[in-house]
Ligand binder design. Structure first.
Ligand code: NAP
Length: 290
């Protein structure tokens, strides 16, 4: 298929590379020049990338970025024609998603929100899980593209429901990691060897995909970004806003939000969200050793 891929960050670049690998005709665009994908054409603007594409796929930071890439000067919406499918793998506001989808629907363009879970390793290994909202027929048409980049697609309902479900997923990831980070900080302070604690965690019902993914990095004290802390904080804010609008209280998430805000103030915003551990360590006056 002819695909325009907009946004070549930690996630977008390997996703676009996997589309090329699967034999699709890919044109890429990124705000900052110099990021390329071998085998893909490079466009100067989102509008240029989208011209002639059957599918326009976005993976940028946040709601503002999606709005600019689509509706800003030289935005992709200027060159979308009827029948095109617009897919958004960024994690953004569900309410804004519905509004953006309405705007392009007037041009005969279908919107699929398809945020992902699986992080950098999932994007590189084409094992992402897509959390989709949108029309069944549109989803069926882009199935080969999902297959090229991921291992599973979950269809959650109409446009916007993918983003709603993604927030519910990241709420859990943030809180599961917080539980792990607090547990290893306390255990270290109490003199427990973390190398002995980890096998216990992984053998018990405490085991989780989050800990499985993060523990090897934490043990090496490698906080280079797989999922930057600033983006998890963005998702915590999106979740808080959606909960407030729906009159749902999330006291656990509010406590975790404070940890992320203080860790960002401490200069860790561009590191992986696993670096929130360092704030707990600072408070406890210890360093967790692997
Ligand atoms: P990233 O590495 O920070 O990349 C962000 C991308 O967005 C870059 O291409 C950046 O362009 C672009 N961008 C930012 N602001 C823009 C603007 N105003 N206009 C146009 N482009 C803009 O982030 P990422 O990790 O790839 O994440 C991308 C999306 O996927 C986010 O919504 C994130 O929450 C979600 N996500 C990430 C992960 C993960 O583990 N990393 C997992 C699931 C979901 P420049 O290169 O010019 O800065």
């Amino acid at each position: 298929m002819r695909v325009a891929f907009l946004g070549l960050g930690i996630m977008g670049r390997p996703m676009a590379a996997n589309l090329v690998k699967a034999g699709h005709e890919v044109t890429v665009w990124n705000r900052t020049a110099g990021k390329e994908v071998s085998g893909a054409q490079v466009a100067a603007t989102p509008a240029d990338a989208a011209a002639g594409a059957e599918v326009v796929w976005m993976c940028v930071s946040d709601t503002t970025a999606v709005e600019q890439v689509l509706f800003g000067e030289n935005g992709a919406a200027h060159s979308l024609s009827a029948g095109v499918i617009l897919v958004d793998s960024s994690t953004i506001s569900p309410a804004a998603t519905t509004q953006f989808a309405e705007r392009v629907r007037a041009q005969g363009v279908a919107w699929v929100d398809a945020p992902v879970t699986g992080s950098k390793i999932g994007a590189e290994n084409a094992t992402l899980i897509f959390i989709a909202g949108g029309d069944e027929a549109a989803l069926a048409r882009i199935q080969p593209l999902f297959q090229a980049m991921g291992k599973q697609v979950f269809h959650l309902g109409e446009t916007g429901k993918g983003q709603c479900a993604k927030l519910a997923m990241n709420l859990q990831i943030a809180m599961i990691y917080e539980g792990f980070a607090e547990a290893i900080t306390l255990a270290s302070k109490l003199g427990v060897d973390i190398n002995r604690l980890l096998p216990l965690i992984m053998a018990s019902m405490v085991k989780s995909g989050v800990v499985e993914y993060k523990a090897p990095f934490v043990m090496k004290r490698d906080f280079s970004p797989n999922f930057p802390l600033r983006l998890m904080l963005k998702d915590i804010h999106l979740t808080r806003d959606a909960a407030k609008a729906a009159r749902v209280r999330l006291p656990g998430l509010e406590a975790v939000e404070e940890v992320y805000e203080l860790a960002a103030e401490d200069g860790h915003a561009d590191l992986d969200y696993a670096a929130t551990l360092t704030l707990l360590e600072k408070w406890a006056g210890i360093e967790v050793k692997g």
